[in-house]
Ligand binder design. Structure first.
Ligand code: GUN
Ligand code: FE
Length: 432
């Protein structure tokens, strides 16, 4: 028997192309198992999908169907620290708040409790895909992968490498770090998950040696894996990189073959034109983390310059530098921090809500090298989607007048939260 076709009928909004928002009024998306099999106007439905194996979901006038949100940078093990330790600059913040918390993930029970909570919370905000940093502990990071698999979230999961400049009780030897990374990759492959995959995760340049970076670049190539790390986040960090490696920060990664077309670089607040060109040439992507950049006072990233330089960009919550694990919040901060830059530059065209929506969906998919699978409603892509309702019971904003679909999207970007995310689907499966 043919498997059931799910028909979602109503106002559909997505980005088919970079920075272009498409609205299909009274449209439909047809889904079979995990995949989108047709997209169009509901008028085209008359002679299609007439068999009994069709299940219809009709959206109301206050609802829109949008692609799932993509968090291109989040530290799952920092979730308990959300909202504490703010106002300190990066290196002090790591030492005082972050490393002491991450150390607790040696405990499997604590790991499971925290990781289940993070995955549930991010799913509730509509994050259908997340690029997660775990801790330095392999077994704990495997528990994070298990949480994502069990709760149905798509994810890239990384065991962090930290062999230098860490506290004495939260650090690895180089030998251990590389051996454990191999073990992590091997254990992940045994899970055989379609949705949850490993990612090579050197914490940042100064947390590992030149040799470690080179070995990790080789490992990424050997197993054809994506890579995530931090780049040019904070001025003191950049100074430290210069002191230890005697070269520009992006070149430290480039010389270790870590800048690939499957590399995600978080922050990039202080990249220069020549760096942007290098990232574009390598096909590497930037995870823009505007909330974290403000909280720990790293600076304001001119993300428009990076976008206009031809680099792939997605949004990251960067919990717990970021104090919310909601990508909706990340969209808002992308808009606000860009607006601030426009005040001192008359010709500056800041990020608007449509741009932010692109960055949170198709932009994020491209940044994670997953745009052949997710990011928009395209036939043959997986169905990762949200039903958003701007008039839920006890919602964050009173819905006193009817809104056009694009106004609903704008409202969602500016005032939306988990109460507005009515349903979440990952690979065709309802997970909220
Ligand atoms: N650089 C190195 N480690 C971290 C981290 O945990 N968070 C942020 N924001 N930057 C980092
Ligand atoms: Fe980070």
């Amino acid at each position: 028997m043919e498997s059931i076709v799910d028909l979602f009928i109503g106002n559909i909004i997505h980005c088919d192309q970079p920075f272009t928002v498409t609205v299909i009024q009274k449209g439909f998306v047809a889904v079979q198992r995990n995949k989108i099999i047709a997209v169009g106007h509901s008028s085209e439905l008359q002679n299609r999908f007439t068999s009994e194996n069709v299940r219809k979901t009709l959206l109301s006038d206050s609802q829109i169907l949008i692609p799932g949100l993509i968090d291109t940078h989040i530290h799952a093990c920092q979730y308990p620290n959300i909202g504490v330790g703010m106002n300190k600059p990066l290196l002090q913040w790591l030492k005082d708040h972050t490393y002491p918390l991450e150390k607790k993930f040696k405990d499997a029970q604590f790991s499971k409790r925290c990781y289940d909570a993070v995955v549930k919370k991010t799913l509730s905000y509509g994050t259908t895909t997340a690029a997660y940093f775990g801790s330095i502990y392999t077994d704990s990071t495997l528990i994070l992968a298990d949480s994502a698999i069990r709760l149905g979230q798509r994810a890239l999961v990384g065991k962090v490498n930290l062999t230098k400049n860490g506290p004495a009780d939260y650090i690895e030897t180089s030998e251990e770090s590389l051996r454990e990374t191999r073990r992590f990759i091997n254990e992940m492959s045994k899970k055989n998950s379609e949705l949850v995959k490993p990612i090579i995760t050197p914490r940042f340049a100064v947390s590992v040696t030149k040799e470690d970076l080179k070995a990790l670049g080789e490992m990424a190539k050997e197993f054809n894996l994506p890579i995530q790390t931090h780049l040019c986040e904070n001025l003191d960090e950049i100074e430290l990189v210069k002191l230890e490696f005697h070269k520009d920060y992006p070149l430290v990664y480039d010389e270790a073959a870590l800048l690939t077309d499957k590399t995600i670089l978080a922050h990039c607040v202080y990249v220069k034109d020549v760096d942007v060109k290098l990232l574009r040439d390598r096909g590497s992507a930037v995870a823009h983390c505007p909330n974290s950049n403000l909280n720990i006072r790293s600076g304001i990233c001119d993300v428009k310059a990076i976008i206009n330089g031809g680099v792939k960009v997605g949004l990251g919550t960067d919990v717990a530098g970021g104090c919310s694990c909601s990508v909706i919040n990340a969209m808002r901060y992308a808009i606000t921090s860009s607006a601030v830059l426009s005040f001192t530059n008359k010709n500056y065209e800041p990020v608007n809500y449509c741009d932010a929506f692109y960055l949170a969906t198709l932009g994020g998919a491209k940044a994670l090298a997953l745009s052949d699978k997710i990011g928009s409603f395209h036939v043959d892509k997986d169905f990762d989607a949200l039903i958003v309702d701007m008039d839920p019971n006890e919602g964050p904003a009173d819905y006193l007048q009817e809104c056009a679909p694009l106004e609903l999207l704008q409202k969602f970007v500016y005032v939306g939260d988990d109460r507005n995310v009515i349903s979440v689907y990952v690979a065709g499966k309802k997970v909220k």
